[in-house]
Design a protein around this ligand. Structure first.
Ligand code: ACM
Ligand code: ZN
Length: 533
């Protein structure tokens, strides 16, 4: 080997060592360390910032220190001899989320062009702290970091319909997103097994639609029924609380209100909205049901407009997710009203009727200044003009949307479904699919076959957490960790810096962070994650 190569490989090794030494997930864009030493962070250290908005980052840091290290910092506006300094600086890159972090003997300096950049810098600082120490003085290693996200949409979904999550866990889940530098929380609020959002104009949605009489036991079709009622919903005040909690962490909450399928809970409350008029029940089992909203009945559209009026007022997000997946056309084929609608509008089949439904709702939502997201079935029968597609049945929906100059978010089942088993050992009840940690880590959100000019339409990716087989927070944690840590790197880190061996090394310390948080996780993820599995 000549000298050049020896130098080159030594540099590579040094770089890998630096990455491992700092154990940051997701891997930052640039990490360097020009001098050895540590800054001592203790309750004597102030957090110093002048600009309005940065108190959110300071408060997050303090809440974290207080919960996990037992002390917090005084907040100051004027500089001190040593401190944590947070600052907005316009000269830095305009990429939203970009930040610079430096640790030296005078303290920790975090600067960014945007508030969220400073917030992400704080997340990185948190990862420079030893998760296992009991000390009240924390040694923060000297380092210089420059960082920015690769994708603008970095999402996690949570299904609270199949199993309800209490407010405390929803907030904890949002904190998990925050520490992984994710910025979208897709809240799946309505489905066959429960309607979970208070709508004041339609009180029966939650009075009747939020409770099912029991739940199957074992894998679908089940080997019994708990016969224990399962219910729960969020009041509008609680929804506002969650939206604010997320916004304080630079996370946008996207509500999903399912239409025209996955309708059993809503139809149980208001049976006139279905093609047959019922009787309906809140489902106790899982899968796809023929009971869907009638597309021929004007009252269905009035209902959704009223519901959306209340939803839009609660969620400041630009996006409303309207579902659109898994809507069997069985009842529409038999329904005189649906058939009449097809005749009146010259719709050639029931897919076009679904497209009519979605486009009508899109128009209403657009008029309110919002855009729709739908699962990739909304491509069938013609895509609504401004819709963003969430590609779940593989990558094809995302590719097709991007080719039609529509935005897409990638959530293909084989890589992004965290309800699939994390290992071939299948040591707990899960969906039949298999998505190992390494599989998640290997995911590339820009599909290989996508023409270069369409790549800008891929906003990012998201993991989906369907909770049919997750009936408590500990199980949800087991299914998301450590796969969510792998996802954060897929979404945040540059493509070039992704390296499985480096990730494996850094993940060992991440396990100690899960322990610090008191979070459950799949402990054998690395051992059972080989490419072959
Ligand atoms: C889905 O998994 N039905 C979007
Ligand atoms: Zn009908």
């Amino acid at each position: 080997m000549n000298k050049f190569f020896i130098c080159f490989f030594t540099l590579l090794l040094l770089k890998a060592e630096l990455h491992a030494q700092f154990n940051i997930i997701p891997q930052p864009l640039e990490v360097s360390s020009t001098s050895k030493g540590t800054f001592n962070l203790s309750d004597k250290t102030p957090v110093v910032f002048k600009q309005q908005g940065l108190e959110k980052s300071a408060s997050f840091l303090n809440a974290y220190l207080s919960q996990f290290y037992g002390f917090s910092l005084k907040q100051r506006k004027t500089s001190a001899t040593q401190g944590i300094y947070l600052a907005l600086k316009n000269k830095t890159s305009k990429t939203v989320g970009n930040y610079a972090l430096e640790v030296k003997k005078e303290g920790v300096f975090i600067s960014a062009a945007t508030e969220e950049g400073v917030f992400y810098g704080v997340q990185t600082l948190i990862q420079l702290l030893d998760p296992s120490t009991k000390e009240k003085t924390l040694a923060v290693p000297f380092v210089q970091i420059k960082d920015e996200p690769r994708f603008q949409y970095r999402g996690m979904h949570l299904d609270v319909a199949r199993h309800f999550s209490k407010m405390s866990f929803v907030k904890k889940y949002i904190d998990y997103l925050a520490v992984h530098k994710m910025n979208y929380f897709h809240w799946h609020l309505t489905d066959d097994q429960g309607w979970r959002i208070e709508i004041k104009k339609y009180p029966k949605l939650t009075e009747l639609g939020s409770v099912r009489k029991g739940t199957i036991t074992g894998f679908l079709p089940g080997n019994g029924n708990t016969n224990i009622p399962h219910g729960g919903f969020y009041t509008q005040e609680e929804i506002k609380e969650v939206v604010k909690y997320a916004a304080d962490r630079y996370i946008t909450v996207i509500p999903e209100i399912e239409m025209p399928g996955h309708a059993s809970a809503a139809l149980t409350a208001y049976s006139y909205l279905g093609c047959t008029g019922g009787p309906y029940k809140v489902q106790e089992t899982f899968g796809v049901f023929d009971e869907v909203f009638c597309a021929g009945n004007e009252q269905t559209f009035t209902f959704f407009q009223d519901v959306l009026d209340e939803v839009v007022a609660l969620f400041p997000a630009k996006y409303i997710h309207i579902g659109g997946d898994e809507c069997p056309k069985t009842s529409w084929k038999k329904c005189p009203k649906c058939q009449q609608r097809m005749k009146d509008h010259q719709l050639k089949d029931e897919h076009e009727l679904q497209s009519y439904f979605v486009q009508r709702m899109e128009k209403y939502i657009n008029k309110k200044g919002k855009s729709i997201i739908g699962w990739d079935e909304i491509l069938e029968g013609g895509l609504a003009p401004n819709a963003t597609v969430m590609s779940w049945r593989g990558e094809e929906g995302g590719i097709e949307a991007a080719k039609q100059n529509h935005y897409a978010i990638m959530t293909p089942g084989n890589y992004m479904y965290f309800d699939y088993a994390p290992s071939a050992k299948r040591d707990s009840l899960t969906m039949p699919g298999l998505t190992t940690l390494e599989k998640v880590y290997s995911y590339e959100p820009i599909p290989a076959g996508l023409p270069a000019e369409s790549r800008k339409y891929i906003l990012g990716a998201q993991a989906n957490v369907w909770t049919e087989y997750m009936n408590n927070p500990s199980k949800v944690e087991y299914m998301i960790f450590p796969r969510m840590s792998a996802l954060s790197e897929v979404l945040w880190s540059s493509k070039e810096s992704r390296n499985w061996t480096s990730f494996e090394n850094r993940l060992k310390l991440q396990y100690n962070r899960y322990k610090l948080w008191g979070a459950n996780y799949y402990k054998d993820a690395l051992e059972n994650s080989g490419k072959a599995k």
